[in-house]
Write a protein that binds this ligand. Structure first.
Ligand code: ADP
Length: 486
């Protein structure tokens, strides 16, 4: 207030001084004053003094203004250089103070808006990165699932397809992104399903197609699910197709049906034998001791066969369910092979099959479950005998390979296995159609062998076979240093 009054006073005084100077100038010009040169000079002097005082005051005021404006400009430049908005801090006691207040008010508003925009920008960035992460996660899920997935937009243009879909329909997503789906996929069934789904705005349509795989040429059974993607207003914004390959599921169902047929046949045959011979015995048809004995032997054989069949089914399900745990111990390979050979000798003699056994050394040792390995080798040797014609040779050899594993080979000169059956030979219930007339079986033996060797003992089993020439089954098991119990 004091400063304000002083400033006003100075300005008023200045105006008064200028006024007085002008009056003095007029009086000095006035004819009355010209009569006395003293008076005239006096007025001229006053005029000169007033002019000097006024000029000096104006200059001082001008400098003050220039100085304050310079400080304001410097502070604005500093804000610009520091890329921030601050308040102008200048000590001015004239009209510039109002200007500075206005500028500060404006700057405060700008800073507030700037901070608000910055906050909104950061929020948008956060939302963008969240939705980008979500998109990546969805993509990762879609790309990691084994089913083929195709995503289209509302114009039926390709938006996304995982590797399984690209392989199945032989196209590249990068090259066909946003292309009309009917130009990318050559499958009328699938295209028809997508069109129908869009037309009906359907949430779920399930169909089954058959399709030939473009690379392997295999016939595939496909279960296809189409779902429309709708927005909040119920408008179609796209569609998702999920294609599940049910070829192997169908194959398993078919194999199970075959198994049920074959198992019922296998069970019925010995049962029929047992029942027939039991009836003969009951009717006293065995009129002598020899016939009686023979009937009993048939019943015994058929019961054994039945037993064997049921054991195979139970073993297989026990192994798969994990109920049967291996009990590991150091085992002599030679001993096990001798035991297995002894069991098979009667059948081999019956078919006049010669068995050759060879070991690298007698002290080959594996760390394994005795009963399981015994069962696996028995299955292999029994198959070698079963699928060999009379008079052929079967051999078993055991050796140690470079990395210390024990390699057991069961080789025969039998009927062999056709190439297209080789990949199924260890599948549950699989029987080679061409060989099934040669001997009865369940298709469980090799499946059991693989479970025992690979799942239970961390070993490997492979087969090499040529139709008409014979087969070689190779079992590789981790070796063990000695028979001493650990
Ligand atoms: P199975 O009880 O039918 O013998 P396996 O699982 O032991 O069942 O064998 C599956 C199929 O593999 C057999 O049906 C047979 O056709 C074929 N097979 C197995 N071993 C041999 C072999 N040594 N020689 C020829 N075919 C074999």
């Amino acid at each position: 207030m004091k400063l304000f009054l002083t400033r006003r006073l100075v300005l008023t005084l200045l105006v008064l001084i200028i006024l007085a100077g002008n009056i003095a100038f007029l009086i000095a010009q006035f004819p009355l004053a010209q009569s006395s040169s003293m008076v005239r000079w006096f007025f001229w002097l006053i005029y000169a003094l007033v002019t000097i005082v006024a000029a000096v005051s104006i200059e001082l005021i001008r400098r003050r203004y220039v100085l304050a404006i310079g400080r304001i400009r410097d502070q604005l430049r500093q804000f610009e250089q520091a890329d921030r908005i601050g308040m102008i801090m200048v000590d001015v006691d004239n009209e510039l103070a109002d200007l500075v207040t206005e500028i500060n008010h404006y700057l405060t508003n700008v800073r507030f808006r700037f901070e608000r925009d910055d906050l909104e920008h950061k929020e948008l960035q956060l939302q963008a990165s969240v939705s980008e992460t979500e998109t990546r996660q969805v993509e990762a899920v879609i790309f990691s699932i084994s089913d083929a997935v195709i995503v289209t937009d509302k114009y039926d243009e390709l938006l996304m397809a995982n590797e399984a879909a690209q392989e199945l329909y032989d196209f590249c997503l990068d090259r066909n992104y946003r292309s009309p789906i009917d130009q990318v996929i050559n499958d009328d069934d699938l295209l028809g399903l997508i069109r129908r789904g869009h037309r009906e705005r359907s949430k779920n349509i399930i169909c089954q197609f058959e399709r030939v795989h473009p690379v392997s040429g295999k016939k595939l059974d496909l279960k296809v699910l189409f779902s429309c993607v709708l927005d909040a207003d119920g408008q179609v914004i796209g569609g998702v197709v999920v294609i599940h390959d049910i070829t192997s599921e169908k194959e398993i169902v078919r194999m199970k049906d075959d198994f049920v047929n074959s198992i019922s046949h296998e069970l019925k045959t010995p049962l029929a034998g047992i029942s027939a011979y039991a009836e003969l015995l009951a009717d006293n048809e065995a009129d002598n001791v020899a016939a009686h004995k023979q009937f009993c032997r048939v019943i015994q054989d058929q019961s054994n066969r039945l037993n064997h069949l049921i054991d195979a089914i139970l073993d297989s399900s026990r192994l798969e369910s994990g109920l049967l745990k291996p009990s590991f111990e150091p085992l002599s390979v030679a001993e096990i092979i001798d035991d297995v050979a002894a069991i098979m000798r009667p059948q081999m003699q019956e078919k006049n099959i010669e068995l050759a056994i060879s070991f690298e050394s007698d002290d080959l040792v594996i760390y394994a479950d005795r009963d399981m390995i015994h069962q696996a080798l028995l299955n292999l040797l029994s198959n070698a005998v079963k699928y060999s014609l009379a008079g052929r040779k079967v051999s078993i050899s055991a050796d140690r390979n470079d990395v210390g594993q024990v390699v057991i080979e069961v080789q025969d000169q039998g009927v062999g296995i056709p190439e297209d059956s080789l990949e199924h030979i260890f599948d549950k219930f699989y029987r080679v159609p061409q060989n099934s007339n040669l001997a009865g079986g369940t298709g469980l033996g090799l499946h059991l062998v693989r479970e025992i060797i690979q799942t239970m003992h961390d070993g490997q089993i492979s087969v090499d076979s040529r139709p008409g020439k014979g087969s070689t089954f190779t079992v590789t098991l981790p070796g063990h240093h000695s028979l001493q119990v650990i």
